[in-house]
Write a protein that binds this ligand. Sequence first.
Ligand SMILES: NC(=O)c1ccc[n+]([C@@H]2O[C@H](COP(=O)([O-])OP(=O)(O)OC[C@H]3O[C@@H](n4cnc5c(N)ncnc54)[C@H](OP(=O)(O)O)[C@@H]3O)[C@@H](O)[C@H]2O)c1
Length: 236
Amino acid sequence: MAETIFITGVSCGLGHGLAKVYLEQGATVYGCSRRAPEELIAQGLLFQKIDLADAERGQPELAKWLSGVPQFDTVILNAAKLGEIRDMQATPLSDLRETMEINVWANKWLLDTLFAEERPVQQVVAISSGASLSGSRGWNGYSLSKGALNMLIQLYAGEQPQTHFTSLAPGLVDTAMQDYLTTLPADERFKPLAILKAAKGTEQMPDGESCARRLIGAFSELRQRASGSYADIRKL
Ligand SMILES: NC(=O)c1ccc[n+]([C@@H]2O[C@H](COP(=O)([O-])OP(=O)(O)OC[C@H]3O[C@@H](n4cnc5c(N)ncnc54)[C@H](OP(=O)(O)O)[C@@H]3O)[C@@H](O)[C@H]2O)c1
């Protein structure tokens, strides 16, 4: 039977690649973002426009859209905001709040809605980042939010023993996030920038679709690990 998949952030980058690969495999794919990926919709993507920064509107929209969907094989919490690379002190609280809203709290209401109606979910993969552990100077709200995401996933794993959870760092992916990072001026304060600039255009930074194929290929292996744990695709 065809798998049923749910992916956030399908309009571009890694999420677009994940949706494309699953559609090619014949899966039923539900995807959301603010912008609509018209070519994926033409290929059968079941799309709903949702702003993950707006829980009050987003959660009821999501619940209505998914009402009656009996189960999900795989849920991929992929959408995220990077924000500007700058010091914590230079980052407005409003910006940090928005980053936490999209990268952490939206995943809380997404999971609550997905598990509503006693809907079974086999596996949840939250796309994390090496930044969740590294805390490099300049990565401010992004690092904070990805660290909190890892813990959110561990907490849900304790509550939902019938579902397998992982926070998965996808490695470097050549997407809009990296277009922003690799075109910033060199800055001694923000050390990873030099590494990212060197990796851009090499096999160290595959495009969203290539990375998606690699991640999907590793999802069954993830299930051998403890539910709720963090993994890095580069170390599997
Ligand atoms: N690129 C990398 O090197 C890298 C490295 C480590 C981890 N990651 C992680 O990989 C995942 C995908 O990143 P990416 O590089 O593909 O990023 P991206 O190209 O910037 O795409 C981000 C996706 O998230 C969606 N999104 C952002 N804000 C949203 C909002 N408020 N509501 C709904 N959707 C929203 C965007 O859709 P709309 O703008 O249309 O809403 C877009 O589809 C993220 O979790 C990121 O942290 C990426």
